[in-house]
Design a protein around this ligand. Structure first.
Ligand code: SF4
Ligand code: MSK
Length: 644
């Protein structure tokens, strides 16, 4: 652990010190300079029309906007628009994936095809698409077209709603939050939050829930499914993480962003002999592809590609002076990267017409001809190798081994083997108390808190309390770097019960499930747990909780709301856009549980977040009557007759 005031990550600390010496400003510096607006932070301002902007009292929410809107309406509308934006981001990613998938299924994309037929069959079966005697192409096209309809349909229900436990579906239908079609819900939410439309905070939040469910049970699930079919379903794989994976004698190419379509193409051509020779002609030993953020996570969990670090390490990566190209697609890409890149020889390459950044090099990536585009990008990176300024190069030494790739298929396989794959052993170990419960710890970094510190302290506390942790995104990166994702970590961090299970199964106590869209895999795991039996009838019954302790993005808010809307207690850190004591706050943090089963929690300290999650998990164990250690009982005939 570093002693640096802004990060616990030693590699990041080394590079922030280098940046300070070289007088390079980073987001960590700007977070100090740009003080958060105290009115905006608690969502007490509205700029939805030009009679305003209107600012209410940030302490107690007193006052009214010019139109008469009160604090509850204003907070709810702002919150709902964050959900709409977050949902739109994941779903736009999913829509791109769907179009590429359809084209690949029809054989129209150079280099991409149906890689995982087993997953294709499983997805087709789940969606009621006939497979008997049909070609891979025909089934894949049907799957792609069905998923495409999820975006555009105006009536009915999106496909995966019927996959949720029966009781959950009933709750959603009763509350009127079942999404009809993804684009319709996002559009309607933007309309409802316009000046002079929906001005009842509960009604607004129910609409926001319907939109958020489009993310978790719609776009994100679609993206994960189709990416698995096209690029392979994740299985446990060893890899290496942290900025030490950059190589002094190689052309270093970082892939950063969210959509794996670009990342997969770059990976595919990086080993092309003609390109490797080209790199050698420039004096390098070869091309070193390194992932960061969620595009990187997609490559890491599927192929074990080396991983540089999380969101708040992207500037640090460039500061090594050893990055020939930082290639980005969409989402979580700081504009500040362009300025940092200018201080070195690094080409900051944007590739997507939806995400151009001033002062970057734009090379449009045609997803129907991904190989050509990837080759052009890598060639430029190789050319850059000769421009490296040797005196400015400093690559931290530290790397960490990790095992990743724990989607539902691999968890089932690890627990039950090829022929008996099932969640039964997991349910049994929760019921017998070896595993107290499950925590999903996910989300971003935020320079307003010490980088990675809250993620690590929270997960350490949960593990010590026998809670199995499932992770995605930048939170997973933090824990991977800290060594929580090796089977040996169970000895060091897990309580006795969890350790016993991890040892028996051979899994780490912290499971990396992938990128931000892969949070939908956690929902599927919850469905599998309920289907397996013994832990209630609804997701809300499971001894489980979620957290995003260092979140920063609107996508995280959408994710939080779809977990709450699916029945999960979800705790966020850093800051929360409400004022305690307002009706809106009261609804999100308490009363919403009566309507949807889940609710929000907020705390900034890891120990408090952990205590809230553990307390919730304990309450769920009591409700299921699995909280007391039961003596083993051998059943005699009389006992057996009494069993139904
Ligand atoms: Fe002010 Fe109402 Fe306009 Fe918002 S909608 S800016 S509260 S007048
Ligand atoms: S990348 S959304 S900073 S997790 Fe998905 Fe990390 Fe948050 Fe972006």
């Amino acid at each position: 652990m570093s002693e640096h005031p802004k990060t616990v990550s030693p590699t990041t600390a080394e590079l922030l010190n280098k940046a300070a010496n070289e007088k390079i400003e980073t987001a960590f510096d700007r977070a100090e300079k740009v003080k958060a607006c105290p009115i905006g932070a608690v969502s007490a301002c509205c700029k939805h029309c030009f009679m305003g902007p209107c600012r209410l009292n940030p302490k107690d929410g007193s006052g009214l906007g010019v139109c008469g809107a009160d604090i509850n309406t204003i907070q709810a509308r702002n919150f709902a628009r964050m959900v709409a934006s977050g949902t739109a981001s994941h779903c736009d990613h999913a829509l791109t994936t769907t179009y590429v998938f359809l084209a690949a299924a029809k054989g129209e994309v150079q280099g991409y095809q149906i890689k995982d037929e087993k997953k294709l069959w499983a997805v087709a079966k789940r969606n009621g698409i006939p497979t008997e005697g049909r070609s891979v192409k025909d089934v894949a096209v049907d799957v792609g077209e069905l998923y495409l309809k999820n975006f555009t349909q105006q009536e009915g229900e999106i496909s995966h709603i019927k996959w949720a436990p029966k009781k959950r579906q009933e709750i959603w239908r009763k509350m009127g939050v079942v999404p009809r079609g993804i684009q319709r819900e996002v559009m309607e939410l933007m309309h409802r939050t316009h000046m002079g439309v929906d001005q009842d905070y509960k009604n607004i939040i129910l609409a926001a829930t319907r939109t958020a469910l489009c993310d978790g049970w719609g776009g994100s699930m679609i993206a994960s499914d189709l990416q698995d079919i096209m690029f392979g379903t994740q299985m446990p794989v060893r890899s290496e993480i942290d900025l030490g994976v950059l190589k002094e004698d190689m052309v270093n190419v970082i892939i950063h962003g969210h959509e794996p379509v670009l990342a997969e193409a770059i990976l595919a051509v990086a080993q092309d002999p003609s390109l490797v020779d080209y790199a050698k002609s420039k004096g390098a030993k070869g091309i070193n592809v390194v992932g960061m953020c969620c595009s990187g996570a997609e490559l890491l969990v599927r192929h074990g590609v080396k991983y540089g670090g999380n969101f708040m390490q992207t500037e640090a990566a460039v500061i090594t002076g050893a990055v020939e190209a930082m290639v980005v697609d969409v989402q979580c890409i700081m504009q500040g990267l362009a300025e940092v890149a200018k201080c070195y020889h690094t080409s900051f390459i944007t590739t997507n017409p939806r995400c151009k950044i001033t002062d970057s090099t734009y090379i449009e990536f045609d997803d129907h001809h991904p190989i050509e585009g990837a080759k052009a990008i890598l060639k430029l990176a190789c050319d850059n190798f000769t421009k490296r300024i040797k005196d400015k190069v400093h690559i931290p030494k530290k790397t960490q081994e990790l095992v990743v790739g724990f989607g539902n298929e691999s968890i089932e396989y690890m627990l039950g083997g090829s022929f008996r794959s099932s969640f039964r052993p997991l349910n049994d170990n929760i019921i017998n108390g070896r595993i107290r419960g499950i925590a999903g710890v996910v989300g971003c970094n935020n320079p307003r808190v010490k980088h990675d510190a809250v993620h690590l302290a929270l997960v350490e506390e949960l593990l010590a309390n026998d809670i199995l942790v499932v992770q995605t995104g930048c939170s997973a990166t933090a824990c991977g770097k800290a060594g929580f994702m090796t089977p040996e970590a169970a000895y060091k961090y897990a309580g006795a019960g969890l350790r016993e299970v991890c040892e028996a199964v051979g899994i780490p106590p912290v499971l990396h499930a992938g990128s931000c869209v892969d949070n939908s895999r956690i929902l599927i795991a919850a469905c599998n747990i309920i289907a397996e039996g013994g832990l209630g009838e609804d997701i809300a019954d499971i001894p489980a909780a979620g957290a995003a302790p260092e979140y920063m993005s609107e996508k995280a808010v959408a994710i939080g709301q779809y977990f709450v809307g699916s029945g999960v207690f979800t705790v966020f850190g850093v800051t929360f856009p409400t004022i305690e004591g307002t009706k809106f706050h009261q609804y999100l943090f308490d009363e919403i549980a009566n309507d949807l089963g889940g609710k929000w929690g907020f705390a900034t300290e890891a120990s408090k977040i952990a205590a809230m999650m553990i307390d919730h998990i304990n309450q769920k164990r009591v409700a299921l009557n699995i909280h007391q250690k039961k003596e083993r009982k051998l059943f005699d005939m009389a006992d057996r007759r009494e069993l139904k």
